[in-house]
Design a protein around this ligand. Structure first.
Ligand SMILES: [Zn+2]
Ligand SMILES: [Zn+2]
Length: 140
């Protein structure tokens, strides 16, 4: 068995997960769905290969919601409401973990900003030099 390199969970501690490999990339999403979901101007998230993700406990607490227009399903703890991850329901290898769900420094740093065309009017996008995309950042 490979050693877990990253662990994380929700606010109440009911849901716990681990990654068996480091996350390779991360970015901010400024889309209006992420604004609603997180209550913030942007969501910081690490892209991972879903095959490296293992739910350790609290599977019954994980509620996933998908917009009627499609897109990734958004998964959170039904008890405390903490957002945990999102994934493509048709191809769960395509998955993102919310940076705030990790217990410790996940190592990776956000390197792009996606959906900046929809960025919140009340918070300027930082002039941090990160690559920007008006719409989604293509998966490579
Ligand atoms: Zn919870
Ligand atoms: Zn988003």
């Amino acid at each position: 068995m490979p050693q877990p390199c990253l662990t994380g969970g929700c606010l109440c501690g009911g849901v716990r997960f681990e990654l068996t490999e480091p996350a390779q990339a991360a970015g901010y999403c400024h889309c209006t769905r992420c604004q609603r979901r997180t209550g913030t101007a942007a969501s910081a998230q690490a892209r991972i290969d879903g095959r490296t993700f293992r739910l350790l406990q609290g599977e019954e607490l994980v509620k996933c919601w998908r917009h009627s227009d499609g897109g990734f399903e958004k998964c959170f703890c039904r008890d405390c409401g903490a957002h945990l991850f999102s994934r493509d329901p048709e191809d769960t290898e395509h998955m993102s973990i919310r940076m705030s769900a990790f217990d410790a420094d996940p190592g990776v740093r956000p390197s792009w900003r996606a959906f900046v065309a929809y960025a919140a009017s009340w918070e300027p996008i930082p002039d941090d030099g990160l690559e920007r995309f008006d719409e989604a950042k293509p998966r490579t």
